[in-house]
Structures are given as C-alpha cells and as structure tokens.
Design a protein around this ligand. Structure first.
Ligand code: NAP
Length: 292
C-alpha cells in the first residue's frame, strides 16, 4: 500500500506528474488547454485509486455506478434525497476548504443541470448560503429540473442565495471566487450542447477556480474522453467511488466524498466490489490515482 501526504486542496498536480508523467490541468495557461484531448491515451490509461492513508478504492464505470445507486435506492438505502444531501453538504464543506482565507463572504457561483448532479449542486448552494456566502445559482433549465432538483430548489428559495439566468450571469461583472460545476455528471455520452455548453465556456473563461461535483462536466465518467468542451476543474469531488474516467489530465486534485452508502451495497450480488471503507474518521479524503 502506498501512503502519501496530500492536503485535500493542495496543488497535487506536480506529484501526479511525477507518478504518471502526464500533463496536469494547471501547468501553464489553462486557456491553452481547450479542445478535445488525446482520445487514444484516454482509452488506454487504466488507473487504481488510493486514499492518502493507502486504502485502495475500486473505480467503477458509469454502468456500475448506476447499479450502486439502484442497489442503494431500491435495496439497502440510503435513498436518493439522503445521498444528495450528503453530496451537497460535502460539496459545500469542500468549497469552504478550497476557498481558505477567502471564504468569509465569498462570491460563489453554482452551475446546476437538470439531473442528479444538478440536485447535489443546488443542495450545496443552500449549505453555503446558510453560512453567509454570496451565492448565485444558475440552472440550465429551471422548467426541466428533475423531482429531486425541484425539491432542492424549493428549499434554496428560503435562503439568501440568488437565482440568476444565463444571460445575466454571463453578462455580469460581479466578482467570482469559486465556481461549483454541477451541470452534467456520469450520464454524459456526447459533446456538451446548448446552455450547458455555454456555461462551461463561460466558467472556463471566468478566471475563477472550478470545483467539479462527481466528474467535470464534459468528461465521460467511464472512459475519461472529452468529446467536446469540458470544465477545467481545479478540484473534483467525486461521490462514493472514483469513476474509471477520472484521469488526472482533467480532474485537478481528486477528493472522495462519503454519501452514506453502506459496505453491504458494494458487496451486493450484482456488484461484488472489493470495498474497504476508506474514510476512517473523515467524510472527505484525498484520492491519488496510480498507473496499474
Ligand atoms: N451514489 C451516487 O454517487 C449518486 C447517486 C445519485 C445521484 N448522483 C449524482 O447524480 C449524477 C447522476 O444523475 P443523473 O442520472 O440525473 O445524470 P446527470 O449526470 O446529472 O446528467 C443528466 C443531465 O445532464 C444533461 N446532459 C447529459 N449529456 C449532456 C450533453 N451532452 N450536453 C448537455 N447536457 C447533457 C442532461 O440534459 P437533458 O435533460 O437535456 O438530457 C440531464 O439534464 C451523478 O453523476 C452524481 O453526481 C450520485
């Protein structure tokens, strides 16, 4: 087992380059990194993921993660809203860590899609607004939010967070200290399109660090491929288990968040994942990828 010392929000890119010899996302000007990445390298790179205490955490494909979610929701629990609450609460906690000294009164923009990823982002927006941050939430399609997202939005409306539409966000000169990316999670199949694409382009040019939820929007969670534009994340907070497509080129520092799934779900007959509880006394742990 490898034991490494990686503060959750330190710049671990240098260490990753040493381990893999691959280019990290924050070397040089991030604006120079636009455009689809080397797809052949993405497909052939196979990684294992270890916590900072040396515990290996199995990486799963989108298909496997959908089955983990199904087992949790239909068999073992927790249910979807419970997992989403844990995801959003951990996202808020991680955002505060990432902001560091700039946290008090920070200007935070949360970008949320219509699905489960977006729901976690809206939940995180609430926890941050409850703590005095200046939160703006931009939804891709408020009228097409899924049921859990509608509920998260309803709760958020009782906080001081402001909902802004895409035109007022992208036309605004208000400062932004951090952007939380909850546009598209593990369901991405094709290049981002429509308002999600516009928001990715805006975020990449906004000059603020990006914290992605589960996987940077625009990155395929299984293969790591980027069929089009994608979020240039400084950090990625992935939920429950790393996804096989979380390659260091695109994730920034990788952190694993506990969303409350019990070990029995991973051991379920349809999964049989080799899972050792990785969190110890924490809810967020740094993850380091290693080549096989
Ligand atoms: N146990 C867990 O870890 C867990 C459990 C539950 C949920 N979650 C979270 O929820 C996510 C899964 O939720 P989900 O199944 O609802 O899927 P999702 O990954 O949130 O994606 C669905 C949304 O993404 C949009 N989208 C997909 N491809 C797109 C593209 N190419 N361009 C623009 N938009 C695109 C869809 O837009 P359209 O509506 O236009 O199709 C839809 O709004 C996970 O990644 C995770 O963040 C995690």
């Amino acid at each position: 087992m490898m034991a490494v010392d990686l503060p959750v929000c330190s710049n671990a890119v240098f260490e990753l380059v040493l381990v893999f010899g691959v280019r990290g996302p924050h070397q040089g000007n991030p604006q120079q990194l636009h455009g689809p990445s080397n797809q052949r390298n993405m497909r052939t790179m196979s990684l294992r993921y270890f916590t900072d205490t040396g515990i290996e955490v199995p990486a799963v494909t989108t298909e496997q993660m959908i089955e983990v979610d199904r087992v949790a929701i239909e068999d073992t629990g927790p249910n979807l809203l419970q997992m989403m609450e844990n995801a959003g609460r951990n996202l808020a906690e991680q955002a505060i860590v990432c902001l560091g000294e700039t946290w008090p009164g920070a200007n935070i923009v949360v970008l949320a899609g219509n699905g489960g990823n977006g729901g976690g982002g809206i939940c995180g927006a609430r926890h941050l607004a409850n703590r005095g941050a200046q939160v703006r939430l931009c939804l891709v399609s408020p009228d097409r939010l899924g049921a859990a997202g509608v509920w998260q939005r309803h709760i958020l409306q009782a906080t001081p967070a402001r909902e802004v539409d895409i035109d007022s966000l992208t036309g605004s000169n208000e400062p932004v200290d951090i952007i939380l990316d909850a546009l598209i999670g593990y369901r991405l199949q094709k290049a981002p399109r429509g308002k999600a694409l516009r928001l990715i382009q805006w975020a990449n040019g906004a000059g603020a660090a990006i914290l992605a939820l589960d996987i940077p929007s625009g990155v395929n969670a299984t293969t790591g491929e980027t069929p089009g534009e994608y979020m240039r994340a400084r950090w990625t907070l992935t939920l429950a288990l790393p996804k096989t497509g979380l390659l260091p080129d695109h994730t920034g520092d990788l952190i694993l968040a506990d969303i409350g799934i019990p070990a029995g779900a991973y051991a379920w007959a349809t999964l049989k994942l080799p899972y050792t509880p990785p969190f110890g006394d924490r809810f967020l742990v740094p993850l380091l990828p290693r080549s096989q």
